[in-house]
Design a protein around this ligand. Structure first.
Ligand code: FAD
Length: 445
């Protein structure tokens, strides 16, 4: 048996089900030109992925294997690899990935594995066999089903490495040096920390996770989302580390991991959630000027602008700020949630279609969850509560550093005061909320 082991969202050697398939193997990674050609040359994620692909290659070499790296259209690449018996890869649920894999399965036998999530999409079902659409019952069922089988470390099989040319990057018949520039991208200055170091640091403070995770200046969360996204650590390894802590309060964190599963599960069962409302017909009002102001951190609402600055500079944004910014975008600015989803998709290092699109639908009130459309965050109350001293806001908006924290949470002060270098759309939250609710109500009839 000659197998291609296709690494995608599982950029690691340890605890990787791909490596439980033995015989003669060709481990590969494809820089997919259909995805990459849409991205700006300074995309931060490509720097992150490239770093981990090079690390994966070196880690595979340490266990007697290697990684052949391609750039191109996956279908064309598999046409060239027809001499193999099958391709093995972990499942991906977004529509592009599903269509691509179906096309490839017409070229070579395709064996899907389950790696990215704790559960397979059909594992957590109601007693009548239907999927859950509400999180809490899903969580309860998932928790009851979670056993060592879901978290055991995968056993590595015996392999013979296929005789191939493993040097450089293979691009349409040419071989270029293994450098980011060979695929047309420019290295970005982003901090890349080993997921194991992040996990170790996080476990030391896990007892305070629930109490502090919403506060913007407390480094309370794990920062593992980007690693779970690209599989530089397995979700099983994270769970094993949690279960080894006998005395800590691990449940709130497990709940978040199950939340991540839930969004992927929903997207699997309702693929249209990727772009279309699940409920309600309204879709916001297109307004290029407001959209531009949001994307350039010029709305005049400090917590929202600080979040966008953080996103543009680092590729990250605190979860609470994502919620406030998305609520402001869809309600106060009344813009289509799909525009916000696309903006986040372009900049988030941890961008994941399921978590992003479904969180945007949650914020817009158009998703499957019982969240009512009339729930609107007040961004000033949010910043007062979660960034009372305005440390987070001042970090990302230095133009506000001389403004007293209490005034940063005071809409009337901000609307009536000229602040050098800080622009505003002059949105009055109460009026914007009323306009959004009236628009929504009209659309319901
Ligand atoms: C509008 C919006 C867009 C979002 N887009 C994404 C996205 O593209 N990719 C992404 O991974 N997360 C997304 N999230 C969820 C959440 O903001 C991030 O997962 C979280 O901020 C990551 O930080 P962390 O790893 O320190 O989280 P922790 O608090 O340490 O949580 C642990 C893990 O649980 C998962 N998790 C935590 N919160 C959520 C959540 N609300 N939804 C789903 N999974 C969660 C993540 O994998 C995370 O790494 C979005 C949330 C909102 C409101």
């Amino acid at each position: 048996m000659r197998r291609i082991l296709w690494f995608r969202r599982d950029l690691r050697v340890e605890d990787n089900p791909l490596l439980s398939f033995g015989a003669e193997v060709l481990p590969i990674f494809i820089f997919d030109e259909n995805i990459l050609k849409e991205l700006p040359k300074n995309d931060k994620r490509v720097t992150f992925i490239f770093h981990h692909v090079v690390k994966l290659k070196s880690d595979l070499q340490k266990v007697g294997l290697d990684l052949k790296i391609f750039y191109g259209n996956p279908e064309d690449i598999f046409e060239e690899l027809r001499g193999f018996d099958e391709v093995v890869a972990s499942g991906d649920y977004d529509s592009y990935a599903k269509e691509r894999d179906i096309k490839i399965s017409h070229i070579l036998h395709f064996r899907y594995l389950s790696d990215t999530y704790i559960f397979k999409p059909k594992e957590v079902l109601k007693d009548n066999g239907e999927p859950y659409f509400v999180f809490t019952p899903f969580y309860k069922k998932a928790r009851a089903l979670l056993t060592h089988k879901n978290i055991d470390e995968v056993k590595v099989a015996e392999h013979n490495l296929a005789q191939e040319d493993y040097e450089g990057i293979h691009i349409k018949g040419k071989k270029l040096p293994l450098e980011l520039g060979s695929i047309g991208f420019i290295k970005q200055n982003i901090e890349i920390v080993s997921p194991h170091i992040k996990l170790d640091n996080f476990l030391k403070k896990i007892d305070r996770y629930q109490e502090t995770r919403e506060y913007l200046s407390v480094d309370a969360t794990s920062s593992l989302s980007v690693d779970l996204r690209f599989g530089t650590i397995s979700v099983r390894a994270v769970l094993r580390a949690l279960f080894s802590l006998k005395s800590s309060d691990i449940e709130p964190f497990i709940r978040q991991l199950i939340f991540r599963d839930f969004y992927a599960y929903l997207l699997f069962h309702i693929p249209t959630l990727e772009r279309q409302n699940y409920k309600y017909d309204f879709n916001g009002v297109e307004d290029d000027d407001k959209f531009k102001a949001f994307c350039e951190a010029r709305t005049g609402v400090p917590i929202v602008d600080a979040g966008v600055r953080e996103l543009l500079q680092t590729g990250q944004m605190h979860n609470r700020v994502r919620m406030v910014a998305a609520s402001f975008f869809t309600k106060d600015l009344l813009l289509p949630w799909q525009w916000g989803e696309k903006f986040f998709a372009l900049h988030l290092l941890d961008y994941d279609l399921a978590s992003n699109a479904l969180s945007w639908q949650w914020s817009a009130g158009t998703g499957v969850d019982p969240q009512p459309y009339f729930r609107v965050f007040n961004p000033y109350l949010q910043s007062k509560k979660f960034d009372n001293d305005a440390f987070y806001i001042k970090k990302w908006l230095p133009e506000l550093r001389d403004i007293e924290a209490k005034n940063i949470h005071n809409e009337a002060f901000l609307l009536s005061t000229y602040i050098k270098d800080y622009s505003t759309l002059n949105i009055v939250h109460k009026e914007a909320k009323a306009r959004a609710l009236s628009y929504y109500k009209k659309s319901l009839h």
